[in-house]
Each structure stands twice: as structure tokens, then as C-alpha cells.
Design a protein. Structure first.
Length: 175
């Protein structure tokens, strides 16, 4: 795979290193434990946190344009297993921020944000999920306090920001 670097310097990597906790990147020695601990990598072998960090180390800015990076669950399983305590989920968030600045935000991310605002959840719960939960003996999910969630998101300005993003990148924008 071609590596796309900034032409004259390591702009992308240097930008990451300048962010809070971005310098933890330099502790990565590419052992791969993060990938073996990652639940997303377990079901999709194109998702590979070790390779994502390798791209940042090499200042390969194409990572910021990859929609794949948005499927990170921020579950921190990788970070817990990392022998160097690299802030992997945080570094992936920085890649997303970098992409966002460059105008790259997947529709699915906008839909998830809209889902929180209108339904109180990132994903809609369907019958099959409820049946599975029931079989596993998990407690009733109940209904999320949608009004309270929406009012908090409005209060802190996130609802407006989402509308703005949707008007630029697409999405329902129907609040
Ligand atoms: S586990 Fe830590 S050191 Fe190993 S590849 Fe992942 S981030 Fe790098
Ligand atoms: S935080 Fe992201 S990269 Fe790390 S284990 Fe979870 S899904 Fe994988």
C-alpha cells in the first residue's frame, strides 16, 4: 500500500504529537497486542489499531480520510493490553478530528449522533436484540430519558453543532 506523507515534513505526525497525550504515540513499538485485544478487529480484519498507529508514526495522512477509523468503539480494550500504555483510542480520535477538519465525516457517524439526540441511543434497539438480552438474563433496558438528553445536548451546544455538520456533510437535520 502506498504511503502518503506530507511532501516536506511530518505534518500529520507532528500535529498528533502536539495534542494532549499525543506524545504517547512515540511509545508504540508495533507489538500488535492492541489488535489482538480489539473486538472490532476480531470481526473485521481490515480494522487494525497497530497499523493505524503505524500510519500516524509514518505521517501517512490517509488515515484521517479512512472511514474505517470511525468504527472504533472507544472501548479501551487495546489500551488496557498495551504494554506501553499508549493512548490508542485517544490517538484514533485525533485521526478523526484531523479528518473532520479536512471535511471527512462518514454519514454513519452523523446518524449515530442524530440517534442520540432523537432516541437517546447510538443504535436503535430492535426485537432481536431484546430477545437475545432476555435469553442472556440481562435486565430490561427501559426507555432512555430522551427529553433530558436532548436538553443537555442543546444546553452545551452540541445539537447546534450537529445541525451545522449535517448542513455541510448531509444527514437528516430534521430536529
Ligand atoms: S499494544 Fe501498544 S505498543 Fe503494541 S502495537 Fe499496540 S499501541 Fe503499539
Ligand atoms: S478502543 Fe477502538 S481500537 Fe481500541 S480495542 Fe476498542 S474498538 Fe479496538
Amino acid at each position: 500500500m502506498a504511503i502518503r506523507r506530507s511532501t516536506s515534513d511530518l505534518t500529520f505526525r507532528n500535529w498528533v504529537l502536539e495534542q494532549p497525550e499525543g506524545e504517547t504515540l512515540l511509545r508504540c513499538y508495533q507489538c500488535g497486542r492492541c489488535t489482538s485485544a480489539c473486538p472490532v478487529a476480531a470481526i473485521d480484519n481490515s480494522f487494525n489499531p497497530r497499523l493505524f498507529l503505524q500510519k500516524i508514526l509514518l505521517a501517512d495522512e490517509s488515515l484521517a480520510e479512512e472511514q474505517l477509523v470511525w468504527t472504533c468503539l472507544t472501548c479501551e480494550q487495546c489500551e488496557v493490553r498495551c504494554p506501553e500504555h499508549v493512548k490508542i483510542p485517544h490517538l484514533l480520535i485525533l485521526a478523526k478530528v484531523r479528518g473532520l477538519v479536512g471535511g471527512n465525516i462518514p454519514q454513519a457517524a452523523l446518524d449515530r449522533a442524530r440517534g442520540i439526540l432523537t432516541g437517546g441511543r447510538i443504535i436503535m434497539v430492535n426485537e432481536s436484540m431484546l430477545k437475545t438480552r432476555n435469553k442472556m438474563g440481562l435486565p430490561d433496558l427501559g426507555q432512555p430519558p430522551v427529553d433530558q438528553i436532548a436538553s443537555v445536548l442543546k444546553e452545551i451546544g452540541l445539537a447546534k453543532k450537529l445541525e451545522k455538520l449535517e448542513s455541510v456533510y448531509g444527514g437528516e437535520g430534521n430536529e
